[in-house]
Design a protein around this ligand. Structure first.
Ligand code: XMP
Length: 317
C-alpha cells in the first residue's frame, strides 16, 4: 500500500545511502516535479544540493523572477542564470518543432554544463523525471513511434560524466503532488499546471521571435489570471495560450486590421497521457477573449481548442 510519507522516508534514506557526502546538481524549472525533487534532495543532503535555474527566455511572464524568489525563501542553494539571448539567438529562423526542441535542449545542456563546472567536485545530476516522462519518451502511439522528443529524459551528454539520481521516476503526477504535500510544499507550487521544458518555444507555431514571445506572454498571462480569478485554475489540469502565425482580417474603428491569432487550450487529465478539453464557461471565455484582443497588440482573434487527446496532443507542436 503506497503512502506519500512512507515514500518520503524511504527515498530520503535511499538518497543518503546512494549519494553520501557527494555534491549534487539539479536544474530547477519552477514546475512541480523539479521542485519536489529539489526539496526531497535538500532534506536528504542539505546544501550539498546545488540548484540551477535557467531563464531560457521562453518562460511565462515574470516567471523567472518570482520562481527564483520563492526558492530562495525555501532555503534552497540556488543560482539563477539569464540565458535568454543565447536561446532566442539560436532559435532564429527555425520553424520545425523537433528542431526547436533539439536546439532548446542543446543550449540548455551547454548553459547547464558550464554552470555545473563552476561547482567544485560535483558528482551527481539529480532530475525530476517522473514515470510518464519515461513511457512517453519511449512510445506514444505505438511500439516504435516517438511522437515528440522529451529533452528532459536521457538528455545527459557523456562529457558531463555525472551519475544520475531520479527520486521521482516511479511516480505519476498526482503522486508527486502528494509527496510534495507531505514535504510541506505550498499550494502555489504544488497546484501549478505542468509546463513543457521547451516552454513557449513550442507554443509559438513556427519561428520563434522575441516579439512573438512578448505577445504570447501577455496573452497567456491574461488567460491564466482570468482562470484563477474565476476559480477555475485548480479545476484545469493544464492550460496555456498558443501563438498561431496565421493572419486574419479584423476591424478596429474604421480601420481594417490583419493580425495574428491566439488559441486557448485547457485540458482535464490525470497524467497527460490522455486528455479531454475543458468545457470552460462561455462568460469566462468571452472575458478572456475581449481582454486579449483589447490589450495585446498584434492579436485580433482568439479561438478555443476543442480537441481531446488522442488524437490531438496537448501541445500544438
Ligand atoms: P503532449 O503535447 O505530448 O503533452 O500531449 C503531454 C505533456 O507533456 C508536455 N510536453 C513536454 N514536456 N518537454 C517537456 O518537458 C517537451 O518537449 C514536451 N512536449 C510536451 C505537455 O506540456 C503535456 O503536459
Amino acid at each position: 500500500d503506497w503512502t506519500s510519507t512512507a515514500f518520503v522516508d524511504t527515498t530520503i534514506a535511499d538518497i543518503k545511502a546512494t549519494v553520501g557526502n557527494d555534491k549534487v546538481v539539479l536544474a530547477l524549472s519552477g514546475g512541480v516535479d523539479s521542485s519536489v525533487a529539489a526539496v526531497l534532495l535538500h532534506k536528504a543532503i542539505g546544501t550539498n544540493l546545488h540548484c540551477i535555474f535557467v531563464d531560457n527566455g521562453l518562460l511565462r511572464k515574470n516567471e523567472y523572477e518570482s520562481v527564483l524568489e520563492q526558492y530562495k525563501d525555501f532555503g534552497l542553494n540556488i543560482k539563477g542564470v539569464d540565458a535568454k539571448d543565447k536561446f532566442l539567438g539560436q532559435l532564429a529562423g527555425v520553424e520545425d518543432p523537433e528542431q526547436k526542441r533539439k536546439i532548446i535542449g542543446r543550449v540548455f545542456i551547454e548553459v547547464f554544463d558550464e554552470e555545473s563546472h563552476l561547482i567544485q567536485d560535483v558528482k551527481w545530476l539529480a532530475q525530476g523525471t517522473i514515470y510518464p516522462d519515461i513511457i512517453e519518451s519511449v512510445s506514444v502511439n505505438g511500439p516504435s513511434a516517438t511522437i515528440k522528443s522529451h529533452h528532459n529524459v536521457g538528455g545527459l551528454p557523456d562529457f558531463m560524466k555525472l551519475k544520475v539520481v531520479e527520486p521521482l521516476k516511479t511516480l505519476f503526477k498526482d503522486e508527486v503532488r502528494r509527496v510534495g504535500k507531505a514535504l510541506g510544499l505550498e499550494a502555489f507550487i504544488l497546484g501549478r499546471h505542468p509546463f513543457p521544458g521547451p516552454g513557449l518555444g513550442i507554443r509559438i507555431i513556427g519561428e520563434v521571435t522575441p516579439e512573438k514571445v512578448a505577445i504570447l506572454q501577455d496573452a497567456d498571462k491574461i488567460y491564466i489570471d482570468n482562470l484563477k480569478e474565476a476559480g477555475l485554475y485548480d479545476k484545469v489540469w493544464q492550460a496555456g495560450a498558443i501563438f498561431l502565425p496565421v493572419r486574419s482580417v479584423g476591424v478596429m474603428g474604421d480601420e481594417r486590421t490583419y493580425e495574428n491569432v491566439i488559441a486557448l487550450r485547457a485540458v482535464e487529465s490525470l497524467d497527460g497521457m490522455t486528455a479531454d478539453w475543458c468545457h470552460l464557461p462561455y462568460p469566462v471565455l468571452a472575458k478572456i477573449s475581449n481582454e486579449i484582443i483589447n490589450k495585446v497588440k498584434g492579436i485580433n482573434r482568439v479561438v478555443y481548442d476543442i480537441s481531446s487527446k488522442p488524437p490531438a496532443t496537448i501541445e500544438w507542436e
